[in-house]
Design a protein around this ligand. Structure first.
Ligand code: PRP
Length: 216
């Protein structure tokens, strides 16, 4: 009986992160021609010669695909890893996708962070926000989950502050908001499924080694 080919599958967060990952992998000799067509609506891409598959997903779903073994390897921001808290191995800090997780708001809201009064916090990262305010600042907060354009929160008075990632700071500046407190730095990470790490140890270690050489 012919043995079925075992592909190693990568889950990549759609957008800039996936592009930077493919650039990095290309430097290590891992490419995928099929992915170069920017207009394609295809979701999964194959490199038959290397026995690799790549798929693009929403960033917060990358750790889920890797935890369940639908992907062996994933690349996602540490902001998402912290928020999702999935059982995966985090094997490399890739050094790109750098930004900061921050508490932001109008200057007047700075005062609200000095005392332990109840405030409203809007965020795409409710677990991260909750952990920071409850465990680090010991401040009781009402967390409001949003799915994007979080900066609107304080502007339309939905919340006092937001917890969000800040990269260039231009979204904040253009909306009259500022960084009030910094929670942690963020960068892209490579993650690996726990079973794949044992079953495909040789191939995965080789990939990690090749990528590590490119980033060091
Ligand atoms: C992210 C983040 C901020 C912005 C920060 O949003 O949530 O809104 O980028 O970047 P900057 O500091 O360079 O301005 P994203 O563009 O992913 O869109 P979203 O708000 O719809 O999630």
């Amino acid at each position: 009986m012919k043995e079925e080919k075992r592909y190693l599958t990568f889950a990549l967060g759609k957008g800039r992160l996936a592009e930077q990952t493919m650039e990095l992998l290309a430097g290590a000799g891992i490419t995928c021609e099929e992915m170069r067509d920017k207009h394609s609506r295809k979701l999964i891409f194959v490199n038959e010669a290397l026995g690799l598959k790549f798929f693009l997903s929403k960033n917060p779903d990358v750790p889920t695909y890797v935890e369940y073994g639908a992907a062996d390897i994933g690349v996602v921001g540490s902001d998402v890893l912290r928020e999702e808290n999935k059982r995966v191995y985090e094997v490399l800090d890739l050094g790109f996708g750098r930004c900061r997780m921050c508490v932001c708001g109008p200057e007047e809201a700075r005062e609200l962070l000095l005392h332990h009064e109840m405030i409203r916090v809007a965020s795409k990262y409710p677990n991260t926000a909750k952990d920071y305010f409850f465990n680090k600042k010991h401040q009781t907060v009402d967390i409001i989950k949003l799915n994007g354009s979080v900066e609107l929160g304080p502007i339309v008075k939905l919340s006092d502050v937001i917890v969000d990632i800040v990269e260039t700071g231009s979204t904040l500046r253009e909306n009259g908001l500022e960084v009030l407190e910094e929670i942690c730095p963020v960068s892209a990470r490579m993650i690996v499924n726990r079973v794949s790490m044992q079953m495909e140890a040789e191939r995965i270690r080789k990939i990690i080694g090749m990528v590590r050489e490119r980033i060091s």
